[in-house]
Design a protein. Structure first.
Length: 532
């Protein structure tokens, strides 16, 4: 039989009689199996794989004398034998050969490889389905859940999608199994204690390498050395863990997580890997789109909050200034300016000047914020003594300490000379002290300065309301604060500006705090300019 189509001839009882070269090559049959005559022992009607695949009714029809077509089905080539395992999508046609009396003499089974066609159609269908999915929701977790369900439907197994959190820890966002009865086992598979603290080894591996990984057959030794618990090994056996694919969710140089699929019924191949990579691309888009949407919503919220705060912050000094000017105008209309007590006039002018200073500082902070963000600030370094800078700022704020009823304690060591920008360094010291006055009113404030190696250090400690651990990072961002605007005024710019200036000097700023125990902000500055 020299037909290019894979052909086998079977006896009426199902035993294999003849095969052609095309069948041997398509199924990867060992030559010695043919030459030894062992193949005659094979019986198609007793094949458990064919029975499990649901194809036996078609074969029985053919052996009963009816020509019929067998639907396309996935077969595992070389399962359970040494060497690589591959999957084929195969279609077949059964043609019974009958004797003159109409009895079946032989059954010819012609089969052909539909793998390439099927995979192409599958990927096109998957792309259409997932592309439509991406346009229906900005809830990335719901989208990832749908992608996981699509994966399990196409790949006949289970799927997990992991996302890296802000601390670079792995969090399983969604999981799905194509067998609903195994969902609980898959859920418990990742329970605390079942996986290493750093997360699943396979997902970690593809995230760290940035490359996809195809494991055609998972051996027992790999499972034992993966770091999962004995309970997890039992659960893996239940959910099916003989083959596995992991693909990172990656956009340019940013890795968001990983998508992992596994199965115990089939063996994954390169075509399956290509399909998972397409799903990973869609999952990455879902995560990225969701992040862009959240960022835009956050930006809109910050803009609205900024406008609200700015209106409030501008209105307060403007209202006070307006009242002072109105009082002066009232005196002028009555011709009483000359006769007004000097002390009263001085007080009104001082109040007006104070409000103008407040407006000026507010506008300067807004301008600095814009320039810092656009990297348009240039340092003008000179040889300075940090101790003298601190003392100068403290002198200017003397009235503020008195009004806030804060006792000032100073611990400044000798002189700390370095090369810094005077104006910008004064801003840092001023902003930290103003922050302490705002949140530590009526309690002592301690200002310290000391030398630590090649770095000058300055700290401001208050004993006020303190800052929760969750808020200690965000307070250094623009327009951020750890308290409500109604409780404490301000635009949330002081610490942001201080941080940016310190970073420009090659230094660092940190905070130690706890709710109800006050806060200590510490600045560390290199004595000499840091070479980029």
């Amino acid at each position: 039989m020299q037909s290019p189509i894979s052909t086998a001839v079977f006896a009426p009882d199902g035993h294999l009689l003849h095969v052609n070269r095309a069948l041997i090559e398509m199924w990867g049959i060992q030559e010695d199996w043919i030459t030894s005559g062992e193949f005659h022992k094979y019986n198609l009607l007793q094949d458990p794989v064919t029975e499990a695949a649901g194809m036996m009714p078609y074969y029985r029809r053919g052996f009963a004398g009816e020509a019929c077509t067998v639907p396309t089905i996935r077969y595992e080539v070389n399962p359970g034998n040494p060497g690589p395992t591959k999957s084929l999508w195969v279609s077949a046609f059964l043609y019974p050969v009958k004797d003159p009396e109409g009895k079946v003499r032989e059954v010819i089974v012609m089969s052909w490889d539909e793998t390439e066609k099927y995979q192409s159609e599958k990927i096109l269908s998957l792309l259409a389905e997932t592309s439509e999915l991406l346009g229906t929701s900005l809830d990335y977790k719901a989208t990832l859940d749908r992608i996981a369900r699509i994966a399990t439907r196409w790949l006949e197994g289970w799927c997990e999608i992991f996302i890296l959190n802000e601390e670079r820890g792995l969090e399983r966002q969604v999981f799905h199994h194509n067998d609903p009865s195994k969902m609980d086992a898959l859920r418990r598979f990742r329970d605390p204690g079942n996986v290493p603290p750093e997360g699943p080894a396979g997902a970690r591996r593809v995230i760290q390498s940035g490359a996809a990984d195809l494991v055609r057959r998972i051996d027992d030794q790999a499972v034992l050395t993966s770091g999962i618990s004995a309970a997890a090994i039992e659960l893996l056996s239940e959910i099916g863990g003989t083959t596995w694919i992991g693909v990172p969710l990656r956009d340019k140089d940013i890795t968001y997580g990983a998508i992992c699929v596994g199965s115990g019924g089939i063996s994954y191949n390169e075509s399956d890997l290509a399909l998972v990579q397409e799903l990973a691309n869609r999952a990455t888009l879902a995560v990225r789109n969701a992040q862009l949407y959240l960022e835009s919503q956050r930006a809109i919220s910050q803009r609205d909050e900024f406008l609200s705060i700015a209106s409030h912050e501008l209105r307060t000094p403007l209202t006070s200034l307006s009242l002072q000017i109105e009082s002066l105008l009232d005196l002028a209309r009555k011709g009483a300016l000359d006769s007004a007590p000097g002390s009263r006039m001085l007080k009104m002018f001082e109040a007006s000047f104070g409000q103008l200073n407040g407006l000026t500082q507010l506008i300067d902070n807004l301008l600095d914020t814009t320039q810092l963000r656009e990297e348009r600030v240039r340092l003008s370094r000179e040889r300075l003594d940090l101790v003298l800078i601190v003392r100068s700022v403290l002198d200017r704020l003397d009235g503020h300490f008195e009004r806030a009823q804060c006792a000032l304690q100073v611990d400044l060591q000798g002189s700390l000379v370095g090369h810094w920008d005077r104006f910008r360094l004064e801003q840092v010291v001023n902003n930290l002290l103003i922050n302490a006055l705002k949140y530590g009113a009526r309690k002592p404030i301690i200002a310290r300065a000391w030398l630590e190696g090649e770095r000058a250090c300055f700290s401001v400690q208050d004993f006020g309301i303190g800052i929760a651990a969750a808020d200690q990072k965000k307070i250094f961002e623009r327009f951020e604060r750890a308290t409500s605007v109604s409780s404490f005024g301000g635009m949330g710019l002081g610490l942001y500006i201080a941080r940016e200036i310190v970073i420009m000097h090659g230094g660092r700023i940190s905070v130690q705090s706890a709710p109800g125990q006050g806060s200590t902000f510490t600045v560390e500055l290199p004595l000499s300019p840091v070479t980029p």
